[in-house]
Design a protein around this ligand. Structure first.
Ligand SMILES: NC(=O)C1=CN([C@@H]2O[C@H](COP(=O)(O)OP(=O)(O)OC[C@H]3O[C@@H](n4cnc5c(N)ncnc54)[C@H](OP(=O)(O)O)[C@@H]3O)[C@@H](O)[C@H]2O)C=CC1
Ligand SMILES: O=C1O[C@H](COP(=O)(O)O)[C@@H](O)[C@H](O)[C@H]1O
Length: 602
């Protein structure tokens, strides 16, 4: 039996729909969540053991990966599985049909007959060099890319294939824990990278690209992924030209769109309308790279696969939730972009609100993308739009420390001297539904602060009638439990508890139950872009933003953003490298909240 994907223990990918123990076997096929799987390249002995293995599958992919790296193929559409016809209609690669000795139409993909071409539009840019090419190489190294794949860089800059390879090679690294054959793998990878120069609004440029892609595809089923790594004002031109001149004729065509998705509700709706002139919603993959971060993905696992958290996950036990993002560097080099957006659009309206939605959503019907996104939208639509009163904005100013002078935001040449753009914001948000009524969700995001960190802090209520109250002194808030999910750096999940200090007396102290990833797992954590690129290749939409989610998120922030601009609200200035404006503390105090990241022991 053919193996449809190079079996690899590391490319075991958390695609959505099933995460279950393996199902019963029938004629060599395993009952599997939404469909049947034919287990390929698995010995009889292995298949007997298989039921104890955990499996995940992607509803739009025929490839199913076992936890131990073996590979199986979904062969029959049952119980809501996407039919081969719908796959064709949706632009998902068609599959060949062969009877498999049962009454269900088999649709094994012949891997040799399909290719994936990934075109990085804006290949000469910062994001492409910093994130996209390195992530593609990491996927290649991990054997996660299909057998037939080609990578194209597309941009206006004149470059040869060799020059692109040279540029890309400077950005590639191997994981610390996996260096075997690294340079060999890099060479192989680079040979699969090519370049086409062209304008973003030029059908000719994309027609030329199409011609070259077709040569590489060699008559196979051609699946094409375009990654728009370009400034937003040219998104629509590029999509128009790519879709009209370089869409796949017989496979799927998907487009990854980078943020910003507009500046407010209106511009976002215009962008969506523009994209939908040329693409169907299910071809659009709006990326929010925070959704690809390991601990953000883990949020649902933490909540829904442990008994102890979900019962506490409501207003009944949670006093407040804090979403904190800080960077210890300014906007250096990106001031031009940033000044038009500011921290609320750059971080809060997307990364933090997405985390909040995942954190607060009800249990989805299943792990399918649409079920999860439906629940996220409900949360967003249950929230109150932000009021100016519930927001504090700040901007960093120059600061000299240890003989070094750190520039203020407006010292950047690309930023107007009188700019009021916030580089820091704190906000109190509320979800008006039964689960979260009255619970403040506090957000804080800032650049040029004292550290680089992204975390979720959940502060629990006081223990009613606590027998040990007198051991805590007067500050009872200090004695409540706090769950911290540290997204980065140094990923960890820890729970602050009260504990008796060993000894004959009765002294309590605060301790932590700590799941520190570096200590627990030896494997390096993949970059968010790796996960998201792999998802896009596999047609998994769970970690991408649907247009109604985007609309709901903008509806929360647009009135505030307009008011800030109309009233020309002056930001509170804070020194580069500080903890940010003190206004953030007053805001929190209004809701009886103390930021959890300020204490000595955090
Ligand atoms: N860089 C980052 O860390 C992040 C970026 N993003 C988003 O990703 C996208 C790409 O970002 P980034 O790589 O930093 O962008 P760049 O400014 O580096 O632009 C990418 C490429 O687009 C072309 N380009 C730049 N400006 C223009 C213009 N005015 N008109 C036409 N073409 C232009 C250039 O290529 P050429 O001249 O060769 O055509 C450039 O190399 C943007 O939407 C950005 O907002 C999102 C998150 C983080
Ligand atoms: O989207 C953005 O994210 C980065 C922070 O990403 P991280 O993965 O390095 O935490 C931020 O610096 C940038 O301003 C913003 O556009």
């Amino acid at each position: 039996m053919e193996t449809l994907h190079r079996a690899s223990s590391s490319c075991w990918h958390p695609s959505s729909s099933s995460y279950s123990s393996l199902p019963e076997s029938r004629n060599g096929h395993m009952r599997f969540g939404l469909g049947l799987v034919k287990v390929s390249s698995i010995s009889k002995r292995t298949s007997q053991r298989i039921s104890s293995r955990q499996v995940r599958t992607n509803p739009n992919s025929n490839v199913v990966r076992m936890q131990d790296g073996a590979v199986a193929t979904k062969i029959a559409p049952i119980e809501g599985e996407i039919s081969p016809m719908k796959r064709l209609k949706d632009g998902i690669s068609p599959t060949t049909s062969s009877q498999e000795g049962n009454d269900l139409a088999s649709f094994d993909v012949k891997k040799d007959e399909s290719t994936v071409s990934i075109t990085v539009v804006g290949a000469s840019g910062d994001l492409a060099k910093k994130k996209i090419f390195p992530a593609l190489f990491a996927l290649y190294y991990e054997d996660c890319l299909p057998k037939h794949f080609t990578i194209y860089g597309y941009a206006r800059s004149k470059m040869t294939d060799e020059e692109l390879r040279n540029m890309v090679s400077k950005t590639l690294t191997c994981r610390i824990d996996k260096r075997e054959n690294c340079s060999e793998k890099m060479e192989e990878f680079l040979k699969r990278c090519f370049y086409q120069s062209g304008q973003y609004d030029s059908k000719e440029g994309f027609t030329e690209l199409d011609k070259k892609l077709r040569e590489h595809e060699g008559g196979r089923i051609a699946n094409r992924l375009f990654y728009l790594s370009i400034p937003p004002n040219i998104f629509i031109d590029a999509v128009r030209c790519a879709s009209l001149s370089a869409s796949s004729a017989n496979g799927w065509t998907r487009v990854i769109v980078e943020k910003p998705f507009g500046r407010d509700s209106e511009s976002s709706a215009t962008l969506t309308r523009g994209l939908k002139q040329y693409l169907k919603e299910d071809q659009i993959f709006r990326i929010d790279h925070y959704l690809g971060k390991e601990l953000v993905e883990n949020l649902s696992v933490l909540r829904f696969s442990n008994l102890i958290f979900e019962p506490l996950w409501s207003r009944q036990y949670i006093r407040n939730v804090q979403l904190i993002f800080s960077e210890d560097f300014g906007t250096e080099g990106r001031g031009g972009y940033f000044d038009n957006y500011g921290i609320i659009r750059d971080i809060m309206q997307n990364h933090l609100i997405q985390i909040l939605a995942l954190f607060a959503m009800e249990t989805p019907v299943s792990l399918d993308a649409e079920d999860i996104r439906n629940e996220k939208v409900k949360v967003l639509r249950s929230m109150r739009p932000l009021r100016l009163d519930d927001v504090v904005v700040g901007q960093y100013k120059s600061h000299t420390r240890g003989g070094v002078t750190y520039p203020g935001y407006t010292d950047d040449k690309t930023v107007p001297k009188d700019s009021l753009t916030p580089t820091f914001a704190a906000a109190a948000l509320f979800i008006d539904n039964a689960r979260w009524d009255g619970v403040p969700f506090l957000m804080k995001a800032g650049k040029a602060l004292h550290n680089r960190r992204a975390e979720i802090r959940v502060q629990f209520r006081h223990v009613p009638g606590n027998l040990y109250n007198r051991n805590f002194g007067t500050d009872l808030d200090q004695a409540t439990n706090e769950l911290v999910i540290r997204v980065q750096p140094d990923e960890a999940i820890y729970l602050k508890i009260n504990n008796k200090v060993p000894g004959l007396g009765m002294r309590l102290d605060r301790s932590t139950l700590n799941l520190h990833y570096a200590a627990r797992y030896s494997k390096e954590i993949p970059d968010a872009y790796e996960r998201l690129l792999l998802d896009a290749i596999e047609g998994e939409r769970r970690l991408f933003i649907r247009s109604d989610e985007l609309d709901a998120a903008w509806a929360l922030f647009t009135p505030l953003l307009k008011e800030l601009e109309k009233k020309k609200v002056i930001p509170e200035y804070y020194p580069y490298g500080s903890r940010g404006p003190v206004g953030a503390h007053y805001l929190a105090a209004r809701y009886n909240v103390r930021w959890g990241d300020l204490g000595l022991e955090q």
